[in-house]
Ligand binder design. Structure first.
Ligand SMILES: [Cu+2]
Length: 140
């Protein structure tokens, strides 16, 4: 099952790379499983549209969240159902909801679009209890 998911992910990456000829935007992909995000470092451009594809190749739901990320355009998730809405009383969240947040159920992908405002390095992590996957979003 993992092999099938991984192969379909690879096909997706190749297709995305082929489509990403426009240097004024950035498309990045992150895979999640129970142990890690791969890659653990992705780069997008300040002031330019960014698209994040988030693939869950693990056996549990995974999420990717950045607590604080200055954005010109707030993050929009597709499908919208994959996005945990702020203030919906998720038991996972305490305090302020993360500014960027996407959820991928097992075997699914979710897409997030946003325009980052400011160069910097922003830690992203899975915020489910007991999960430790982590990475860095570099905004150049
Ligand atoms: Cu996780």
């Amino acid at each position: 099952m993992h092999i099938v998911r991984f192969l379909s992910f690879l096909i997706g990456v190749v297709l995305l790379a082929a489509c990403n000829a426009n240097p004024s935007s950035a498309t990045v992909s992150v895979l999640a499983d129970e142990n890690r995000f791969s890659p653990a470092r992705v780069e997008v451009l300040a002031g330019k549209p960014a698209t994040l594809y988030f693939y869950n190749i693990g056996d549990q739901e995974h999420q990717l969240a950045i607590q604080k990320l200055p954005m010109i355009t707030q993050a929009k998730a597709d499908p919208l159902a994959a996005h945990v809405m702020a203030g919906m009383g998720s038991p996972v969240m305490t305090g302020n909801p993360p500014e960027l947040h996407v959820v991928a159920p097992v075997g699914k992908q979710a897409k997030l679009t946003f325009i980052p405002a400011k160069a910097g390095e922003y830690i992203f992590q899975c915020i489910l209890p007991g999960h430790t996957e982590k990475g860095v979003l570099v905004v150049r």
